[in-house]
Design a protein around this ligand. Sequence first.
Ligand SMILES: NC(=O)c1ccc[n+]([C@@H]2O[C@H](COP(=O)([O-])OP(=O)(O)OC[C@H]3O[C@@H](n4cnc5c(N)ncnc54)[C@H](O)[C@@H]3O)[C@@H](O)[C@H]2O)c1
Length: 324
Amino acid sequence: MSRIAHAGVGGWGKNVARVVGELAELAWVVDTDAARQAEYEARYPQARVTGSFEEALADDTVDAVAIATPVPTHYALAKQALEAGKHVFVEKPPAMRGEEMEELVALARASGRVLMPGHLLLYHPGLRKVKELVDSGELGEVACVYGNRQNLGVIRSNENALWSLGVHDLSVILWLLGEEPSEAVAHGIDYLQKGIEDVVFCFLRFPSGKVAHMHLSWLDPHKMRKMTVVGREKMVVFDDMELERKVTVYEKGPWEPTHGEWRTRTGDIFSPKIVGDEPLKLELQHFLKLVTEGPGDRREATDGLAVVRTLDRLTSSLHTGAPA
Ligand SMILES: NC(=O)c1ccc[n+]([C@@H]2O[C@H](COP(=O)([O-])OP(=O)(O)OC[C@H]3O[C@@H](n4cnc5c(N)ncnc54)[C@H](O)[C@@H]3O)[C@@H](O)[C@H]2O)c1
């Protein structure tokens, strides 16, 4: 069983630590907060608890590290762990600049270690179903994809809505379409804190001609976690706010009975069964499989690089007002 050092047991990190403890041996818990260290000493008496990441990395019996600390610390911690010869699972995004992510990917390759960013939604059974519908051709030719990720809060101060929320939808959009955008445009507003956009609208155009859109906001009356894919034959909606009907397939589409005369066609609307497996568990199971069996084609790391590179371009468009 792999021995894991886990860093960061805050709001989300405590979930990662719990699942690591269920699937592998939680050997170390690292957190700079003394109160959290005390809490984890009591909760996991078999694990070593420390405020020093270096101390955990110095343990030669540790195979891998899971990082769920604040975003600005990810790159330095992941780099340190790879340099210490550990496999790395790092929460999204692993870096805040494309060049930093390139460096991490190269480092993992050179050291033969796994680098896996925490793109949780790629392991969501509902989105796996959507991917299956896209790849099987059941939707027909895809025209566009759009994501809605809105809520009132959580208002962050060390990253904007693009980086905090957009990384989720972007990872899904690039994975569904299997390409990187040729054009990236973002507009937004830093309404509450100067320089930190609370509301961001993004437009992406892909080499195939497909387009995508993301509405990202923590200043919104609706709590939305939705992804819509529009195909020529069918359309599908993934709605993570739904308890049972996470995926709805609409047999709707355009219809051209005679050349140049466009009508619409409406058929059945149905919801395929989606298993209730916890995405975080599926995600960490995948990481542990890579740790045991090797990094394979390194798709997880290169997908993560495409996401950070696109976020970089959207950030530049957000600042200049011009397409990137
Ligand atoms: N995949 C998801 O759905 C999802 C959801 C929420 C958050 N996240 C990601 O998880 C990460 C953590 O988010 P959170 O909400 O738990 O943050 P948080 O601020 O609640 O917790 C961060 C924890 O890290 C500790 N910490 C800070 N610097 C450290 C360091 N250098 N070494 C060790 N510990 C350190 C802090 O003391 C704190 O306990 C972020 O990257 C966030 O983007 C992912």
